[in-house]
Structure formats: structure tokens, C-alpha cells
Design a protein around this ligand. Structure first.
Ligand code: SAM
Length: 298
């Protein structure tokens, strides 16, 4: 057993957590999205659902004081946890003492070379991500992980409920955004269970949910160029009040009539908004723009 049996930290106990934090003079940083879990059932359920047993290891983003990290260490061969707030390291040294299969990395998940890190720490083997994500970077973290050509099997994340709904939203529905397109292209998302605001210290203003996104082996649509497809999708959703043609034209610098033509060939009405486009139509739109050279304006 890799977790030290001598000190079985009950970090989900608010009394234990408060004592630890006050002993280290730690104050929560709102700017870093610090809401620590105090519901004892959430971390074991996340650790059980994330697929750690079948992976070379787990990547955790934002271990905080290590409440989820300790659960992951019980089920995963190896856990690598990236934490931005260096003030937490003395606390983590204490709470993770004896967890020989955990490695802490100090850094900003949005700035680190995750591909290099995974190669170095997991030897190119399959990796799953499991995290209670800082809410202020939910979308960029998930987009970066999905679009970074990483050896991922699944992402199991605790996020705000509205973010979970957006991440799960299918193209062609109102809640869909650019991040939903990326999620649906790369994986099959499922909402696992809700987590109320009272499950955190300090409690956030909104409820949350745990979402699992299993990576697909084959994408659901065929695209001529993946990077261009995501640029087109991001462009389409960049100005939600505009038509998709206007938004894509502005974002990609392609004349509007060209985009309208491409939309028509994709089987979508020229005045459609991004949220009305299906995955197939988004793919056909980007393929048409990618394949046909942009006409020179006379
Ligand atoms: N895992 C802990 C838990 O469940 O109690 C803490 C989760 S808390 C919502 C988010 C954590 O992410 C905090 O520890 C915070 O310091 C860390 N964090 C914030 N921004 C980060 C970033 N850019 N890169 C890595 N960690 C970050």
C-alpha cells in the first residue's frame, strides 16, 4: 500500500482542514479558485470513476491540500499533481508524507509543456486526468488538454454545474459553445453526480458537478484539418449574437459571402447562428473553407 497507514489524514473533515490551514497561516485565494472539498464521499467516488487502474498514471490539476490526491494515490500506479500556489507545498509535504507514488510539480497548468511532462513522468503511457478544477480556467484547461494531442484516456473533473452543462452540450443546442464542440469531437461526456456548494470550504456561490469525458478512438466527423476546424468553431462562437457567417468571417478574415456559400454547401441556412449548427455542419463548413482557395477580391 503506497499511502502511509500511520497517518490517515481525514482532510474532508472541516475541523482537520481548518487546523492544518491555520497552523500554516494559510488564507484562501479567491483569484486562484481555491474552494477545497470537505464532502467525504466526493474524492473516493472521483478516484473510483476516473479509470486510474487502467492507466500508466493520473494527472491532477490543483491538489490544494491533497484531499483528492490521497484517494488517487490509493488506486493509481502514479499520480503527478500540478499546483500553482507555492504556499500549499509545506502543507502538501505533510499530508502526502508516505504517498510514495505522488509527485508534485509547481507551476501553472496553462503554461507547462504537458506533452513533455507526460512523456517524462508516464513514459508515453496512457494517462487519465482527475481534478477539482479552479473554476476560472475550466474551459482553457479542458481545451488545452483535448486539443494538445496528449496520450489521454479520460478526464474526470469537478466543475461548476453551468460549466458541466456547457461541456456536455451537443452542437445544435442552445448551451453549446466552442468548448462543447471540442469535447464532443474528442470524447463522450457524461455527468456523473452533482456536488452541492456546501461540499466546499469556503462554499462557492453556485453548485457543481462531476463530469467524466472518455476519449473517443475515432472522431464523430471527418475534418480536412483539425486545427482549422477548431479555429472555425471558435470563430463561429466568438460573437454569439451575430450570425455564424459574420462571426466566422470576422474571426478568420474570410469574406462573408464565401462563408455564406460554405454554410449553404454545409446544408445550413445562411443566417444561422453558431448554436444552431450541428457537428456535421460545422465540419462541412470548415472543410469547405479549407479546401476552396479564398477568391482574390477585385
Ligand atoms: N483539489 C483540491 C480540493 O479538491 O480540495 C483543491 C481544488 S481548488 C478548486 C483548485 C486548486 O487549483 C487550488 O489548489 C489552486 O491553488 C490550484 N490552481 C489554481 N490555478 C492553477 C493553475 N493555473 N495551475 C495549477 N493549479 C492551479
Amino acid at each position: 500500500m503506497s499511502v502511509d497507514e500511520k497517518k490517515e489524514w481525514n482532510l474532508a473533515d472541516p475541523g482537520v482542514l481548518r487546523e492544518l490551514l491555520s497552523r500554516h497561516g494559510f488564507r484562501f485565494s479567491k483569484a486562484m479558485g481555491q474552494n477545497f472539498l470537505i464532502n467525504p464521499s466526493v474524492c473516493p467516488r472521483m478516484a473510483a470513476a476516473c479509470g486510474a487502474q487502467d492507466a500508466a498514471g493520473v494527472l491532477e490539476i490543483g491538489p490544494g491540500v491533497g484531499v483528492l490526491t490521497r484517494e488517487l494515490a490509493k488506486v493509481a500506479p502514479k499520480v503527478v499533481a500540478i499546483e500553482l500556489d507555492r504556499r500549499l507545498f509545506p502543507l502538501l509535504e505533510e499530508t502526502l508524507a508516505g504517498c510514495g507514488n505522488v509527485e508534485l510539480i509547481e507551476g501553472d497548468v496553462l503554461k507547462l509543456d504537458l506533452r513533455g511532462l507526460m512523456e517524462e513522468k508516464f513514459g508515453g503511457g496512457p494517462v487519465c486526468v482527475c481534478a477539482n478544477l479552479p473554476y476560472y480556467i475550466t474551459s482553457p484547461v479542458i481545451m488545452g488538454l483535448l486539443e494538445g494531442e496528449l496520450p489521454l484516456t479520460a478526464l474526470t473533473v469537478l466543475v461548476q454545474k453551468v460549466a458541466a452543462q456547457r461541456l456536455c452540450a451537443a452542437p445544435g443546442t442552445r448551451a453549446c459553445g466552442a468548448v462543447s464542440v471540442s469535447v464532443q469531437y474528442h470524447c463522450q461526456p457524461e455527468l456523473l453526480f452533482p456536488v452541492g456548494r456546501g461540499s466546499f470550504l469556503p462554499p462557492p456561490k453556485v453548485d457543481s458537478a462531476v463530469l467524466r469525458m472518455r476519449m473517443r478512438t475515432e472522431p464523430p466527423v471527418s475534418v480536412a484539418d483539425k486545427v482549422f476546424f477548431f479555429r472555425t468553431a471558435r470563430g463561429a462562437f466568438s460573437q454569439r449574437r451575430k450570425t455564424a457567417a459574420n462571426a466566422v468571417s470576422a474571426a478568420l478574415g474570410v469574406p462573408k459571402d464565401r462563408v455564406q456559400e460554405a454554410l449553404q454547401s454545409a446544408g445550413a441556412p445562411p443566417g444561422a447562428r453558431a448554436e444552431q449548427l450541428t457537428m456535421e455542419q460545422l465540419a462541412a463548413l470548415s472543410n469547405a473553407l479549407w479546401e476552396a482557395p479564398i477568391k482574390e477580391e477585385s
